[in-house]
Design a protein around this ligand. Structure first.
Ligand code: FAD
Ligand code: FMN
Ligand code: SF4
Length: 640
């Protein structure tokens, strides 16, 4: 496979074309790298990637508090060197993404405006107008980038990727929309790009003529006027024509359409590849790297074979499975743990936590949370084959316990099967299939069609029980709720319950929005009724997913009625109350997407019977896959 062919980036030879995409994170109080980073990056190198890139690392904290890691001082070299050393052990090269800052995207406090290329609204608080970076400040930032690059080289870093993308500080200078300066850093494209080009020169001067330099840039912002395609192509061409850099890494999007920058669950595989061809046209043979759900090896390989790109950067895919590259190389595709696109890694990193992964509890705990062989061969009974139950059963079997898994349905997956049913949620479907494969592969006594009751559990007489029996859908108790034309979201998504042509979906949360969008794609007429004043008010998820599902449902043709209360269901429609008036909406079917409620009675009964027992996932509290999988894994991991 071309994926595993060597490639030269300037003077550096990579053993293959698989790159860990830059993924920044807030860090501990030192704002530097630490042992978690050594282990995180080291594991991805061990997993076979040819190049490991860190997320953005700032070269200066003069103008903004560090939003991520920093490299401003010789003291920062110590841990960075540890990362480099670990990565090198596996024959991978190590690069850092170096940044002078994030400008208008920074958040200092509600009253202190960050610096940008020119006065412009702060992203998070638009009435806070950013200060123009003084000219001497621009020059100091350029110098700091050279100084940091030298520190990086001293730490053993093999390549610097300059962070000139995503609408961050360098990109604010590059952009005609944000840059209105009158000094040598504003005006023409050449002047606007001066900051970036001087940075390239500073890095080159600091690290030498043979040192590899890449630039990550944004081609266009698609749904936003921030970056017109012509501007992006002109930047790419100017970078290539300059002859000063060794690789372009490009992306698309803007903060207003974040899912185009940082893939959401709804984005299709290889979503930036069409655009890569446009970049290729203007940059000639300069090595080009793309990202965007390229963790589907066939798609990545085809893009390499066609010459559209030279390297593939994989972000989420290698958070979820650090050994992606080695598994692909060995043809063990079925063993790849697929990312479900939930965005919890980014969502939590933005909150200041070490980035977790919903499907990989070892992420950022690479050397801490491994499973160890069981000391005593306990009989473990798991109730429910949703993600929580399957993860508990798999982990328990891997530890060597004697495991039985009861599932009342004839299928596995729980409500996660419905979560992965819409055509735009294949990532989730892939994870369900992976968990099912793992259940079958491990020594688990799987019993489908077996419903747990206190009596059956007592008769089974287990040593330890994991109750992973999920939650029940909420039906609003209104007149007509028991009519045959009424259903809940899960059976409709799973096509276990037929619906008519005209459908009212009750609830405009994540489930209601996904269901409505999918039903529209099936050609149904859909009206979504939401009590609150906007859709997605109850959703607690990463902004890329939030913006993307909003975009999908708003462009789907669903009639969205907010501040609207469902009061009655009829045979041929529903009665709703809006602005104090009642009205009838004609429909054939009504589908509730009004949330879930946990029933703890089975767990309480088993516990009261004196059997050692834990509860995981939605049965604790309706939540997300990350809750179910992590709780299940950790209960089993620490079981003695
Ligand atoms: C439409 C939809 C979309 C979603 N999308 C996402 C998403 O994109 N990302 C995300 O993170 N989360 C999503 N969720 C939430 C996620 O699916 C749940 O949080 C997760 O499935 C909970 O897992 P669980 O194992 O705890 O329970 P469940 O998945 O509900 O599984 C419980 C299982 O237990 C079985 N069971 C129940 N009682 C018994 C019994 N007495 N004996 C034997 N078996 C029993 C059930 O049949 C079921 O198979 C979505 C949910 C829905 C409905
Ligand atoms: C947690 C997280 C942090 C990220 N931080 C950065 C960053 O610091 N710099 C950057 O250029 N891109 C960053 N990205 C974007 C990724 O590099 C990549 O472009 C994007 O995730 C799309 O690739 P994927 O579909 O393989 O995940 C981040 C992505 C994630 C998930
Ligand atoms: S947290 Fe979710 S989105 Fe992030 S890598 Fe893991 S599965 Fe993918």
């Amino acid at each position: 496979m071309k994926l595993f062919d060597e490639i030269k980036i300037g003077s550096m030879t990579l053993k293959n074309r698989v790159v860990l995409a830059p993924m920044g994170t807030t860090t501990d109080h030192t704002n530097g790298f630490n042992m978690r980073d050594v282990n995180f990056y080291g594991e991805r190198a061990r997993g076979g990637a040819g190049l490991i890139l860190t997320g953005a690392v700032v070269s200066s904290t003069e103008f903004e508090p560090s939003p991520c890691q920093k490299l401003t001082n010789v003291k920062d070299v110590y841990m960075l060197h540890m990362v480099a050393e670990r990565v090198h052990c596996y024959g991978a090269k190590f690069g850092i993404q170096l940044s002078p800052g994030i400008g208008r995207m920074n958040w200092i406090d509600p009253h202190t405006p960050p610096y940008s290329s020119s006065p412009c609204p702060n992203y998070y608080k638009p009435d806070l107008i950013c200060r123009e970076m003084p000219t001497d400040g621009v020059k100091r930032l350029v110098k700091s980038m050279g100084e940091s690059a030298k520190l990086a080289k001293d730490a053993g870093v093999d390549i610097i990727e300059i962070h000139a993308y995503g609408g961050y500080l360098i990109d604010q200078f590059n952009s005609a929309k944000w840059n209105h300066r009158t000094d040598e850093y504003g005006g023409s494209l050449e002047n606007r790009m001066r900051f970036m080009m001087e940075i390239v020169d500073a890095v080159r001067d600091a690290c030498g003529k043979d040192y590899p330099i890449a630039v990550k840039m944004t081609l266009d912002s698609i749904d936003d006027e921030e970056r017109p395609l012509e501007e992006g192509l002109a930047i790419a061409k100017a970078l290539a024509d300059s002859g000063k850099i060794d690789m372009i890494h490009f992306g698309r999007g803007a903060y207003s359409c974040r899912w185009r920058m940082v893939s959401s669950v709804y984005q299709p595989v290889g979503f930036d590849l069409d655009a890569a061809a446009k970049v290729r046209d203007v940059i000639g043979n300069l090595p080009l790297m793309a990202h965007g759900k390229l963790n589907h090896a066939d798609v990545a390989e085809e893009a390499l074979q066609n010459g559209i790109v030279d390297l593939v950067a994989i972000g989420h895919g290698m958070i979820a499975d650090p050994h992606w590259a080695n598994k692909v190389k060995k043809g063990r595709l079925d063993e790849i743990n697929p990312c479900i696109g939930c965005g919890e890694c980014h969502f939590n990193a933005m909150k200041g936590r070490a980035r977790p992964c919903a499907v990989n509890p070892l992420c950022m705990h690479e050397n801490e949370y491994e499973l160890t062989p069981a000391q005593e061969k306990k009989r473990v009974l798991v109730i429910g084959a949703g993600p929580g139950g399957m993860k508990a059963a798999i982990s328990a079997a891997q530890r060597g316990f004697e495991v039985t898994l009861w599932e009342k349905n004839q299928r596995m997956g729980g409500i996660m099967a419905a979560a992965g049913a819409p055509r735009f949620k294949a990532d989730v479907k892939d994870q369900v299939a992976y968990l099912i494969r793992q259940v079958k592969k491990n020594a688990i006594d799987l019993q489908l069609g077996k419903e747990a009751t206190l009596e059956s559990v007592q008769a089974f007489d287990p040593d330890f029980v994991v109750v992973a029996s999920g939650a029940d859908p909420v039906m609003i108790p209104i007149p007509g709720a028991d009519k045959p034309n009424v259903s809940t979201a899960v059976p409709v998504l799973l096509k276990e319950k037929e619906v008519g042509q005209r459908i009212v979906v009750v609830g405009g949360g994540e489930v209601g929005c996904e269901l409505s969008s999918e039903l529209r794609l099936q050609g149904k007429d859909v009206t979504m009724v939401e009590l609150l004043d906007d859709i997605l008010r109850t959703a607690d998820h990463f902004v890329a997913n939030d913006q993307n599902i909003r975009y999908l449902v708003e462009h789907s043709g669903t009639a969205i009625l907010c501040s609207t209360k469902l009061t009655e269901i009829l045979d041929d429609g529903v009665i709703v109350e809006r602005d104090g008036a009642k009205e009838k909406i004609a429909c054939d079917s009504v589908v509730f997407a009004a949330g879930f409620r946990a029933d703890h009675s089975l767990y309480q009964a088993i516990k009261s019977a004196g059997i050692e027992c834990v509860q995981v996932g939605d049965n604790v509290k309706p939540g997300k896959v990350i809750d179910a999988i992590h709780q299940a894994y950790h209960y089993i991991r620490v079981l003695e």
